[in-house]
Design a protein around this ligand. Structure first.
Ligand SMILES: [Zn+2]
Length: 471
């Protein structure tokens, strides 16, 4: 579907002459349509050219990086090669916390704009504060618009976000729904769009579902854990939203089982088939990967971020192998994070049949902080009988928490007391799923609170990462 941009020139509507900064964004998007199909080696060469600029700036203007880059053999003005890149040390989250202001640039090149700060929602209670230039945020916005392009969204339809609405300060007086004239963000700066709707999740699931059903959004954006609550409500009440084209999840990993559940509960209500998509992003780097329409494969936005997957020994993973995610944002000169280990693990996928040559992530199994610790200290992904728990309809919400080296708690919010047989079934299945080395016990709760950001972790390792004090 062709969308005609806003024109900034009186009397000139088609082809549109966009005004700044939309014009600059369209100019970048034009390049992205070409670079996403380059041979991978050619794209990497372009990445290294940009990284040469970043490294030269970092060696000059960022106190932390002067000695680090010298030690690795980098000289400003010389090309960045794969060999040099491999010699640069990985930057851990703990190192970022230690380095503090040593990672802040003393100055920025002209035009990179003002600097904003953001704090990431570290569940460890030791959050990291990130400084971002306006230029970095501009590129981030370009990738946001590219996401709309890739999925060929109908910009004239209505768009609903179900997240925490910080503009709703009085939940007693203000209803949870806020109406907006357009989709907001960068896309509405370039193109005319349909209306936008912001639904604050701080309302009962039944009320949220009633509003969604009434407003009939074509696009629904929410956290996976909220989606699960809405689907449960839909199953219980028989009420389903009609006209949905896409459910987009954000903030947490989307489990394949939740994708299937969404398709079975909400699929085929509209004339277009429903798609369920996710975005992989972080406060530190912006958008990292989003799916294509053809295969729903998660493509890395390699023109904005260099993504590496490393084995424990630091060597590169082969396709299909799971490794540590290492990220370098190409444009944030305000606080360069070079080879930053964000704490996630992922698997590199095969090239996509859509023809885009950008790297594909086959799976983002989860965050390292949400790994299960085994009694001998090794860590692994927590398989804990999720499906068994989901099959018991009396369970409204659940969370599995490791509370000691050899102990795991299954926290349940229930509609009715479970039978002894159900309890025994859960404990047996979870014990088996976790590998048989942990004591498993069931704990009942009246509710399981979300993190401050609104995110929700179905598995948390509180033994390694004690939760921050609730305020
Ligand atoms: Zn693709």
């Amino acid at each position: 579907m062709f969308h005609l941009p806003h024109s900034g020139m009186p009397g000139a509507v088609f082809p549109a002459l966009a005004a700044s900064p939309a014009a600059a964004m369209l100019a970048v998007l034009h390049q992205l349509r070409l670079t996403e199909r380059l041979p991978p080696a050619e794209l990497e060469a372009l990445q290294f050219r940009q990284l040469g600029e970043l490294l030269a700036h970092a060696s000059r203007a960022v106190p932390y990086y002067g000695p680090v880059l010298r030690a690795a053999g980098f000289r400003p003005g010389e090309p960045v090669t794969a060999d040099l890149w491999q010699r640069l040390p990985v930057l851990t989250r703990a190192r970022v916390q230690e380095a503090g202001a040593q990672l802040h640039a003393r100055e920025l090149p002209a035009g990179h704009g003002s600097v904003a700060t953001a704090t990431t929602s570290g569940s460890s209670g030791r959050p990291v504060t990130i400084r971002k230039s306006a230029l970095f945020q501009f590129y981030w916005q370009c990738f946001t618009v590219r996401d709309h392009e890739w999925l060929a969204r109908n910009l004239g339809a209505n768009w609903m976000v179900v997240l925490r609405d910080d503009q709703r300060t009085d939940t007693g007086k203000q209803g949870p729904l806020r109406r907006m004239a357009n989709w907001g963000g960068p896309v509405a700066a370039i193109y005319p769009t349909g209306p936008g709707l912001f639904l604050d999740y701080r309302a009962p699931a039944a009320e949220l579902l009633a509003i969604i059903s009434q407003e009939r959004p074509a696009y629904l954006i929410t956290f996976p854990s909220l989606l699960r609550e809405l689907l449960r409500e839909s199953q219980a009440s028989g009420r389903r939203p009609e006209g949905l084209r896409e459910v987009r999840t954000t903030g947490e990993a989307l489990a394949p089982e939740l994708r299937d559940l969404t398709m079975s509960v909400w699929g085929s209500t509209g004339t277009d088939p429903l798609s369920v998509t996710e975005v992989y992003s972080s406060a530190e780097t912006g958008i990292i990967a989003t799916p294509c329409r053809e295969q729903n494969a998660l493509h890395v936005h390699a023109e904005g971020v260099r993504l590496e997957l490393l084995r424990e020994d630091g060597s590169l993973c082969a396709p299909g192998e799971e490794g540590r995610v290492i990220l370098t944002s190409l444009h944030n000169f305000a606080m360069p994070l070079i080879r930053y280990e964000i704490g996630d693990r992922a698997v590199l996928g095969a090239p996509c049949a859509c023809g885009r040559t950008l790297p594909v992530l086959a799976a983002i199994p989860g965050r390292a902080r949400d790994m299960l610790t085994l009694p001998d200290g090794r860590r692994r992904f927590p398989y804990y009988a999720h499906n068994t728990i989901m099959q018991i309809d009396a369970i409204v919400q659940h969370q599995v928490a490791q509370t000691a080296r050899d102990e795991v708690e299954v926290r349940l919010v229930v509609r009715r007391p479970l039978t002894p047989a159900e309890e025994a079934h859960i404990v047996t299945a979870a014990t088996h799923g976790l590998g048989g080395e942990h004591r498993v016990r069931i704990v009942y709760r009246s509710e399981i609170p979300r993190q401050v950001s609104g995110k929700f972790a179905e598995f948390t390792n509180e033994f390694e990462n004690p939760p921050a004090a609730l305020c």
